[in-house]
Write a protein that binds this ligand. Structure first.
Ligand SMILES: Nc1ncnc2c1ncn2[C@@H]1O[C@H](COP(=O)(O)OP(=O)(O)OP(=O)(O)O)[C@@H](O)[C@H]1O
Ligand SMILES: [Mg+2]
Length: 391
């Protein structure tokens, strides 16, 4: 049966779909019903018990090679749900982030939600997506901003044919059906919205304003938030739209700080995705990223160093910067270097394209000085390749 006929057939039976008849369907048939965009049928599909069937698996297999095999068992949904999101295949998790996230996710009790914070481009959002993907966990990813209304996450009545059924919002669905809700950039939300999130964030039954229905949190429901600040407001001047979170909301979360990946991880990210970039250039790119970040954090690091020996150990660059050279920028640089032609176009061109051209006048001399120190004359030339057989 072709797709059009299939959809037609589904439409004609949509009036007689019940929870019982849905249970007899194959996964594909059930998922196809979502094409109808009928909130009532959507509830039947997402509420089907098969999505809550769990299997016990070795975390070492699921998170290979980042967790040792044979040590931890985890439960994961048995069936791949239509709300599962395929994650970035080149993502390499950081151990310091993976460990507490795994412990939190798999704990038997759920006292707190998860707040992942850190500078822009450190891989917070992708970490959560990568983790959920490996565990077959359905995801709902909501970009939070000042104008996001609570109705968007709770739900509202909609016009469907000649009826006005209630359609659950993203968070209501996640809570009811057992998905992970990622509130991306949560510290940018309005007070109105955030106060509505207090109840879901502590896994308490949530009453929907319009219908009065009380949503009990499903055991698979996970509430995660990301932000550039830890909810204490922006102290750096780089994240103007991040707000200080209400103390009561903040205390409903456990926090994981996501720093930029180590040089070794960033090197692996680039070598895996861009093997044509020479080892020599790759090392310099990663070193440059590290120095840019040190220049950004130097004032803070200096203030934290207790002795002159500690300070000299930090090997801080002399430059000071106010712009963040993130892993996102580093990966984009490698990407455009490749697109422009690594072996034919000067390295500086792709650098300027992804970063250099956006610099403030105050930062430009410091950035150029770091580039010169690390790349020297080769910055104005194409990647010359490795002279030996090293990759
Ligand atoms: N550990 C990693 N492995 C591979 N790629 C990474 C990693 N961390 C960051 N990246 C790269 O950086 C990009 C940005 O990651 P992500 O969107 O998760 O950052 P973020 O911390 O959520 O940033 P923001 O605060 O701006 O939302 C990714 O698309 C990927 O290219
Ligand atoms: Mg993000």
């Amino acid at each position: 049966m072709n797709t059009a006929n299939n959809t037609q057939a589904i439409k004609s039976v949509s009036n007689v779909i019940t929870r019982e008849s849905a249970r007899q369907m194959s996964n594909d048939q059930l998922v196809k019903l979502l094409d109808l965009k009928n909130p009532v049928i959507e509830d039947i599909v997402y509420g089907d018990p098969r999505w809550s069937e769990m299997e016990e698996v070795d975390a070492g297999e699921v998170f290979y090679p980042h967790v040792p095999k044979g040590v931890i068992k985890v439960l994961r949904p048995k069936h791949r749900h239509p709300k599962c999101i395929k994650a970035n295949p080149s993502y390499i998790p950081q151990r310091d982030v993976l460990r507490p996230l795994l412990a939190w996710w798999c704990a038997n009790t759920r006292k707190l939600s998860m707040f992942m914070f850190g500078e822009t481009g450190t891989g917070k959002t992708e970490m959560l997506l990568w983790f959920a993907d490996r565990l077959n966990w359905p995801v709902t990813l909501t970009s939070v901003n000042e104008s996001l209304r609570p109705e968007k996450v709770q739900g509202s009545y909609i016009l469907y044919g000649d009826k006005t059924p209630y359609r659950y919002g993203s968070l209501a669905k996640a809570m009811k059906y057992g998905w992970v809700q990622i509130m991306d950039e949560c510290d940018k939300g309005s007070g109105d919205l955030l106060s509505k999130l207090h109840t879901p964030a502590e896994y308490k039954p949530w009453e929907l304003d319009d219908t009065g229905e009380i949503i009990e949190p499903h055991t698979n429901f996970r509430f995660c938030a990301t932000g550039n600040t830890n909810g204490g407001g922006d102290m750096t001047g780089r994240y103007h739209t991040s707000q200080r979170l209400d103390e009561a909301f903040r205390r409903r979360f456990a926090f994981i700080e996501c720093d930029y990946p180590s040089e070794a991880i960033e090197d692996s990210i680039i070598s895996a995705s861009y093997p044509s970039i020479s080892k020599k250039t790759r090392h310099k790119m990663v070193k440059l990223a590290k120095e840019m970040r040190q220049a950004l954090r130097a004032p803070q690091l200096e203030a934290n160093a207790l002795t002159p020996e500690e300070l000299s150990k930090l090997q801080l660059p002399t430059e000071r910067l106010s712009c963040a050279f993130s892993t996102r920028v580093l990966v984009a640089w490698a990407d455009y270097m490749n697109i422009f032609g690594a072996k034919s176009v000067p390295i500086k061109e792709s650098f300027d394209f992804v970063f250099g051209n956006s610099l403030d006048d105050d930062d430009r001399p410091a950035v150029m000085s770091i580039c010169q120190r690390i790349f020297g004359e080769s910055f104005n030339q194409p990647d010359e390749g490795d002279t030996n057989l090293g990759k």
